[in-house]
Design a protein around this ligand. Sequence first.
Ligand code: SAH
Ligand code: SF4
Ligand code: F3S
Length: 444
Amino acid sequence: MEKSRKVYVETYGCQMNVADTELVLGILSREGYVKVDESANADVILINTCAVRENAEQRVFGRVADFRTYKKSNPGVVLGILGCMAERLRKDLLESESAVDLVVGPDEYRKLPALIDGALEGEKGIAVKLSRVERYEDIEPLRTEGIGAWISIMRGCDKFCTFCVVPYTRGRERSRTLAGIVNEVRQLSVRGFREVTLLGQNVNSYRDGEYDFADLLAACAEVDGLMRIRFTTSHPQDVSDKLIRTIADHSNICNYIHLPVQSGSDRILELMNRSYTADQYLRLVDRIKATIPGASLSTDIIAGFPTETDADHRKTLDLLRTVEYDGAFTFKYSPREHTKAWKMGDSVPEAVKIGRLNEIIDVQRAISLRRNREEVGRTVEVLVEGESRKSAQDFCGRTDTNKMVVFPRNGFAPGSYARIAVERANAATLFGRHVVEETAGSMS
Ligand code: SAH
Ligand code: SF4
Ligand code: F3S
């Protein structure tokens, strides 16, 4: 390449997509591309997409329309669609969207440099094969320097929850090696990152020969005692007692588990193919709370799955009240073509879905508020992330239980740990100030 091409990537969807964008930038930077933060300067515009719900796709179609207009005055620009929508819609995307030059699925990113070369010559490109082996183990993601880093430890999902498109867009489950991941944690520690989040659609089914996810977590935690280790997402079926113990035994493995339940009704859970009952889930929650004192839990809930009745919905509300999550991500059921649930129809009327969703949100907000208010008067340890969004006078950071805390800057540096006395709280954030430690033997 005579001069370096500029690439702009816009990312939608889950954290795995955020990590994949870093991977794509890693692949392209090896070829001399430079990343730019605005599409206006770019030679190549890539949209890394999500297909999990209809509205996620609508947003991307909106962006494609924006870039179609942009290309009219900048005809040389290459527009590529990556990720889960590329995998789901394949050549339909190229055929229906004239502005799109490239369609590349999650297991084909190595082909991007060649496909972009072709597109610059006016040749449209598509690569959407799913792989049973691709792990991108040898590719170094292009990360922005900061406090936290993502590490994909596995790709794909074999759970086939009946509502979910991910097994179709991401293919079969495959894990990276424990040694490779631990090595990456080590390098990130040397570079000054203070937190890593291990990512997978279901991290608990991680496996490398005889090593399971608990072994991986322990190995990562032992790299650097000051480095926080997080992970997401956990499928309830595979949370072992060994895993719970491992979290409890390592102070730098965060006491926070995102444990999506989806519904509180056994009938709906069965239709979803979630492989647990509400009671089994609650017993798991009890084991977690008994072994990890102060453990924080969050969840995902779907409102309005096919055939869901008011009684089913109330079971979900009951479960929320029983578990007392610190937070919940809540979604209206969105039918996805080719999934099993698609064939069940979309029987819950939109207005009912919205009503149930709002009720779930209200119940959970009250619980989150109460849980956060319990923190008032306590001292929490916060990993300082940087300036608070609302005020340059304040810093923000998270507790080990993933609660956001805002406090006066007070000479702290991002990446350091601060002890903060919590003074007030709302449902989303704790507010406090720095505790001045009494050092033993100091003069008063
Ligand atoms: N692998 C993760 C979740 C991936 S998708 C897990 O199993 O927890 C994130 C969330 O999106 C899911 O937990 C689910 O609550 C929601 N979701 C997935 N498909 C959906 C659909 N068709 N309609 C509505 N919500 C959906
Ligand atoms: Fe989708 Fe279920 Fe896999 Fe999560 S575990 S990605 S919800 S199929
Ligand atoms: Fe969306 Fe794909 Fe993630 S469908 S949620 S970007 S795995």
